[in-house]
Design a protein around this ligand. Structure first.
Ligand code: HEC
Ligand code: HEC
Ligand code: HEC
Ligand code: HEC
Length: 444
């Protein structure tokens, strides 16, 4: 990253116009780092015209339509759009090429201890192409009880939730399984109007409230699933631990989940560690919160060039007849040479090397922290069994290790391995280390 200063210099002083030019037709927007106030100007909410989509606000953001619920919605399947939208459909089917799966319990054996007592300790396959979602869900070694597991897997479930509300989430897994006709599907992002951007997963709209229109529709479309959620203990509905963009960060989401307390005074937990009684939380793929978080080079409101998830993971492709369209094969930007050449190379001479460097440092720290967390979990178990930890310290120690694991997991399960937001990643690991020190002190 020796080029950092150059990048800032070129981008900040000279090339904002060039950057905008390069992103013509994409949603890239530039704003001088010295003028965050301008970048923070919210999308003019009063000026949106939801009827005429895709609408653009005066800040250049494409506003998403929000799907209506309770209206007898049915799904037009991806296959049924193939004749009308051959380019989008063909590239969508190319997701089948992304078929490799890594088994995390083997690659990172420490999770067998950190997640012990929870399904992910037994089986945790890495993500692959969108078209595999249903196969991967039904073939995991993890137990599934409720249909809420289908939230991010099939548009049939998205329609079910729109039609039936929270009751859909509490259905038995098996009762819904045989209703699936459209694994993944266009519906998630376009409803039944391909090309128009929709939020069909209404919990996202609920979580962002009036901030929804501050986020570009293309980023929202991914945030419907690539985000941190929990199942509401009462309704089993998929829910987010924030109610505005201000609360969309690991510190506030932890506080939010800590404040959910049951009738017996226990804090919300995804599961309880059977050996040492820590009430643990499992973070899910928080790409949305990480990418939009403070410090994100291309995602925060103060970035000098704001991009959407689609700008880096979809990009523009050209068909044989010269038609330009949005590539619907969701890949790593490093696997999309056309995108790198056309849109990124003017500022990133060797993005692959930058990414490798960040990810290398990430794994060194993530692995070391995980090993330490693992041994602190075991140490607490031993202290409990030997009766060497006083009751008043025990609860504090459990709390410290719950927090440490939360922060560590927020980074471990984020699919970019540190790249979406190196600053937020460092903050999380700093927090994890501070809480581990605290726990260690309590066990002296
Ligand atoms: C995960 C979200 C997502 C899914 C699923 C999805 N799209 Fe899109 N689609 C997008 C985004 C993002 C754009 C670009 C919108 C923009 O630039 O404002 C887009 C654009 C389009 C456009 C506008 C023309 C173009 O190419 O830019 C069409 C038509 C389209 N999609 C069809 C489809 C079809 C057909 C399917 C299913 C086979 C599908 N989409 C599935 C996100 C999605
Ligand atoms: C309906 C839920 C849903 C939506 C919407 C969605 N994704 Fe995904 N995505 C998933 C799931 C689930 C997987 C993992 C699939 C598997 O492994 O079977 C995945 C996998 C991926 C992968 C492959 C990851 C890998 O390691 O190979 C990429 C890249 C990706 N998504 C990007 C995006 C982008 C960008 C958007 C928005 C334009 C988006 N996704 C929208 C659910 C979704
Ligand atoms: C500035 C470009 C950029 C933006 C914007 C961006 N990402 Fe990424 N993303 C990356 C890079 C780079 C990687 C690491 C790819 C690799 O390791 O090959 C990555 C990795 C991922 C992965 C894992 C894919 C894989 O093949 O391993 C997923 C899933 C993902 N991003 C989703 C998202 C979502 C969802 C958003 C928006 C909330 C988003 N990204 C925004 C650049 C971006
Ligand atoms: C106008 C210049 C500019 C353009 C164009 C640009 N970037 Fe960046 N990008 C930057 C700057 C500046 C940073 C912050 C570097 C830092 O913090 O060290 C950055 C950071 C990143 C990061 C975070 C990791 C890192 O290297 O710091 C990723 C990933 C990334 N960009 C991907 C992309 C992709 C993919 C594209 C093309 C779709 C792109 N960028 C286009 C200027 C640009």
């Amino acid at each position: 990253m020796a080029d950092n200063k150059n990048l800032y210099y070129i981008c900040g002083l000279l090339a904002c116009g060039i950057a905008l030019g390069a992103f013509a037709g994409m949603s890239g927007k530039s704003s001088a780092p010295s003028a965050p106030a301008a970048a923070e100007t919210p999308a003019a909410e009063s000026e949106q015209t939801p009827e005429a989509a895709p609408a653009e606000t005066d800040t250049g953001i494409t506003v998403a339509k929000v799907a209506e619920s309770g209206t007898g919605i049915t799904v037009t399947k991806a296959d049924d759009w193939s004749a009308q939208f051959p380019n989008q459909y063909e590239t969508y089917m190319m997701n089948n090429d992304n078929s490799e799966v890594v088994e995390y319990t083997e690659e990172h054996p420490y999770i067998q201890r950190l997640y012990a007592g929870y399904g992910f300790a037994k089986s945790y396959g890495s993500a692959r192409g969108h078209t595999y979602v249903i196969t991967d869900l039904t073939s995991t070694g993890r137990p599934h009880k409720l249909a809420n597991c289908f939230t991010c897997k099939t548009s049939d479930f998205t329609a079910k939730a729109l039609n039936d509300g929270d009751a859909a989430y509490a259905m038995a897994f098996e009762d819904f399984e045989n209703q699936i006709t459209d694994p993944f599907g266009c519906f998630h992002c376009h409803s039944n109007e391909p090309g128009t951007m929709y939020v069909t997963h209404t919990y996202l709209a609920n979580a962002l409230g009036s901030d929804l229109n501050k986020v570009d529709a293309a980023t929202l479309s991914c945030g419907q699933c690539h985000s941190e959620y929990y199942f509401d203990p009462a309704t089993k509905a998929t829910s987010f631990g924030y109610t505005s963009m201000a609360g969309m960060n690991p510190d506030d989401i932890l506080a939010y989940e800590n404040a959910i307390v049951d009738g017996e005074g226990n804090m919300f937990a995804d599961w309880v560690d059977e050996e040492n009684g820590i009430r643990k939380l499992k973070v899910q793929h928080p790409e949305f919160e990480t990418f939009l978080g403070e410090g994100s080079p291309h995602g925060s409101s103060t970035s000098m060039l704001q991009l959407t998830c689609a700008d880096c993971h979809m990009g523009t492709a050209t068909a044989e007849d010269g038609t330009k369209f949005t590539n619907h094969n969701w890949t790593s930007p490093l696997d999309n040479q056309a995108l790198l050449d056309a849109n990124c190379s003017q500022c990133h001479k060797d993005l692959k090397a930058e990414v490798e460097k960040i990810q290398g440092e990430y794994w060194t720290r993530v692995d070391a922290d995980a090993e330490q967390l693992k041994s602190l979990n075991d140490k607490l178990t031993e202290a409990i069994n030997a009766g060497t930890i006083a009751d008043d310290k025990l609860e504090d120690c459990r709390m410290a290790l719950r927090s440490a694991q939360w922060y560590w997991d927020f980074v471990f399960v984020e699919n970019s391995n540190g790249v979406h937001n190196p600053k937020l990643t460092a903050h999380c690991l700093d927090q994890a280390e501070t809480f581990m020190e605290q726990a260690s002190g309590l066990m002296q």
